[in-house]
Design a protein around this ligand. Structure first.
Ligand SMILES: C[S@@+](CC[C@H](N)C(=O)[O-])C[C@H]1O[C@@H](n2cnc3c(N)ncnc32)[C@H](O)[C@@H]1O
Length: 299
């Protein structure tokens, strides 16, 4: 019998991760990403990212002290239908669902990897996989409230216009939409994060365009804007420390960051360390913005 023993050699061209193209996700540098050329999302969809999103969610909870600003509380107490677009691990939807047992909550996300297990969310909360840019898979006038949080790196500007138009379609008359976005007033990274986003057609400054996007849909009215400033770095105490961790972990997760900067993983890591030091020395801060508006009454 003739026998052949093949030996594996990782020579760059023959990298194991090249072969690890699973159906719904791909693995790069040990992190899990959406495997769909049509999807622009830059961040991973794994447990490490879910842990980062937990920090990011806690920062916003601490800053805003409210789950929502749209005047929808009464309706939620009596029974409303709520949609959370890009719900991720479902931190928000689980909390609000628990607080409002008479209402029904549906979280949609392109990735199911972060959805909580069935026994880890209230029974009035459900999750569905879908790409929001392909149309929201619900009939017109289904929801009293639509929540969209931290989708800054998920949609191109054009897609934002499309998604908001579709949100208005699925909103009931007099229903509310609330959108939370961050403001990347981040200094001294040589604009790397910005460049990466632009490369994928993402506008990380989308918060500045949000009022225009909302205004572009004639049916939305009573637009309001609430923003909150927070420290980034040790100078800002416990919250500042976690905000820096959140930012660093988000940047570490951005797909192809080191490739784009033409740096090795180690060099990229060192650069982020310097960046974090600078954020602290400069007493840098960031902003979160919430925009909420109502679908006009039927005329
Ligand atoms: C940064 S996370 C925000 C999670 C959550 N909304 C929050 O505020 O904590 C963005 C989420 O959007 C999802 N996403 C990205 N592109 C999407 C798309 N085209 N349709 C639906 N979900 C998408 C990602 O899988 C991820 O869970």
């Amino acid at each position: 019998m003739k026998q052949i023993l093949l030996k594996y050699a990782d020579n760059g061209d023959n990298n194991f991760e090249t072969f690890l193209q699973l159906n719904t996700h791909k693995i790069l540098n040990g992190r899990k990403y959406i495997n769909d050329d049509e999807v622009n999302y830059l961040l991973p969809i794994d447990k490490i990212e879910a842990d980062r999103e937990a920090i990011s969610y806690a920062i916003r909870r601490c800053l805003f002290q409210k789950y929502f600003f749209a005047p929808i509380g009464e309706k939620l107490n009596t029974g409303a239908t709520v949609l959370d677009i890009g719900c991720g691990p479902g931190f928000w939807i689980k909390d609000v669902g628990l607080d409002h047992p008479s209402s029904t909550f549906i979280g949609i996300d392109i990735a199911t990897t972060q959805f909580p297990p069935h026994d880890r969310h209230p029974s009035n909360v459900g999750f569905l996989r879908c790409n929001a840019t392909h149309g929201i898979p619900f009939p017109s006038e289904t929801f009293d409230f639509v929540h969209i949080s931290m989708m800054c790196t998920a949609f191109t500007e054009y897609q934002w216009y499309q998604v908001i138009k579709d949100v208005v379609r699925v909103l009931k008359y007099s229903g509310w939409v609330e959108i939370i976005v961050s403001d990347p007033l981040i200094k001294n990274l040589g604009n790397a994060g910005k460049l990466i986003c632009e490369k994928q057609g993402i506008n990380i400054n989308i918060h500045a365009t949000m009022p225009e996007i909302i205004d572009s849909v004639n049916e939305l009215e009573d637009l309001e804007h609430v923003s909150a400033e927070y420290p980034i770095g040790d100078w800002g105490g416990c919250l500042g420390k976690y905000a820096a961790t959140n930012l660093r972990k988000a940047l570490e997760g951005i797909v192809y960051l080191s490739n784009h900067l033409k740096l090795s993983t180690k060099e990229c890591d060192d650069l982020l360390t310097i960046y974090m030091k600078e954020l602290n020395e400069n007493k840098s801060s960031g902003y979160y913005h919430r925009y909420f508006a109502r679908k006009a009454h039927i005329s």
